[in-house]
Design a protein around this ligand. Structure first.
Ligand code: DP6
Length: 337
């Protein structure tokens, strides 16, 4: 087995990974729970090179061609390929190319889908099979911790507690319910396109400097319980308020870190207001946000059209991406090269 192409989806966290005990290995301070998306995916093709040397890494360009990633990102990709090569007990170099079906680096978790896809494609190119636990561990070690949730579909928990899930070999994600369990939708209001000014890695680094960080840790066990229960009961009225608390908390911590990070833009506020108005009109829709200005609106299938239309009408919204819960990564027959 050599040339392998995989698509791996982005995920949106209901309870956020924010702050790490060991940032290099992406060992988080707290558990997180996410929903895996269906349409926002990274495709990655990996193939063995017939000559020794540095791994070749390519990213799709908007015009359909391929270009070199920026040096920092290329380094992270090569480091991950090295980890997988060692894990697979192989020596060959790889050529890899990746393409996102959605705008990169706009707080849309492109690193999570990107590193999950890179990991799965490289494992396949080396002809290895692995359990989802092992794949999740490998994806997490890329340094993009949330990638460990993108190797699974449906609703996913990356659990950590003291003495459980806090070591390198047991910090991985598990599925808590599959995609058929609950047809939730995620309407993404894109208010800012382009790379965010402060990376998630830097955000994790600064998180513990916020005076509110300890308070958040105290609140999390109960919040995690509420999210698990709401997913089990398919209860959006119970899930929504918790995910909004969580999103606000992530940004509260960021804004009060030293030095502070402001991810929100005026467009984010406009969307938050519009979603509150939609609720007053009787729709069940709730927001969450990652480390960026764009807003993810979680709603049920019946409300999706109206939510999307209303958000599209807002002057602050550039465009809307409609997504929903997805079954997780897939192997593809069409290769990128
Ligand atoms: C706010 O370190 O996994 O999305 O490498 O940028 O994908 P990227 O970030 P990572 O941190 C994720 C931060 C978050 C919350 C979450 O997804 O849990």
């Amino acid at each position: 087995m050599s040339k392998t192409t995989v698509s791996a989806p982005a995920n949106i966290a209901f309870v956020k990974y924010w702050g790490a005990r060991d940032l290099d290995r992406a060992l988080p301070m707290n558990s997180s729970i996410s929903m895996t998306l269906e349409h926002c995916v990274t495709q990655c093709t990996a193939d063995l090179l017939d000559h020794a040397g540095e791994d070749e890494v390519w990213l799709a360009e908007p015009d359909g061609g391929f270009g070199m990633p920026d040096p920092e990102f290329a380094k992270r990709m090569r480091q991950q390929l090295d980890r997988i090569r060692k894990w697979a007990g192989r020596t060959e170099s790889l050529r890899v190319a990746t393409r996102n079906t959605f705008p990169t680096a706009g707080g849309l978790a492109s690193s999570a889908s990107g590193f999950a896809a890179l990991t799965l494609a490289a494992v396949g190119a080396f002809g290895k099979k692995a359990s989802s636990k092992e794949l999740s561990l490998l994806a997490r070690r890329s340094g993009s911790g949330s990638a460990c949730r993108s190797v699974l579909g449906g609703f996913v928990e990356w659990a950590v507690s003291k003495g459980n899930g806090d070591g390198d070999d047991d910090s991985y994600a598990r599925q808590i319910a599959d995609a058929d369990h609950w047809d939730l939708r995620n309407v993404i209001a894109v208010v800012e396109i382009g790379p965010k000014t402060v990376s998630s890695i830097e955000g994790h680094r600064r998180a513990t400097t916020s005076p509110y960080y300890t308070k958040r840790q105290e609140l999390l066990p109960e919040r995690l319980d509420r999210v698990r229960r709401a997913i089990k009961d398919r209860d959006l009225g119970a899930l929504g308020p918790v995910i909004e608390e969580e999103a606000v908390d992530l940004h509260l911590i960021s804004m009060s870190s030293h030095p502070p990070i402001f991810y929100w833009s005026p467009g984010s506020i406009a969307v938050l207001r519009a979603v509150r108005e939609l609720r007053q009109e009787g729709l069940s829709a709730y927001v969450t946000m990652d480390a960026g200005a764009n807003v993810h609106v979680i709603c049920d299938a019946d409300s999706e059209d109206e939510v999307a239309e209303r958000l599209e009408d807002l002057p602050a919204v550039g465009f809307v991406i409609r997504d929903g819960i997805g079954p997780g990564p897939d192997e593809e027959t069409e290769h990128l090269f």
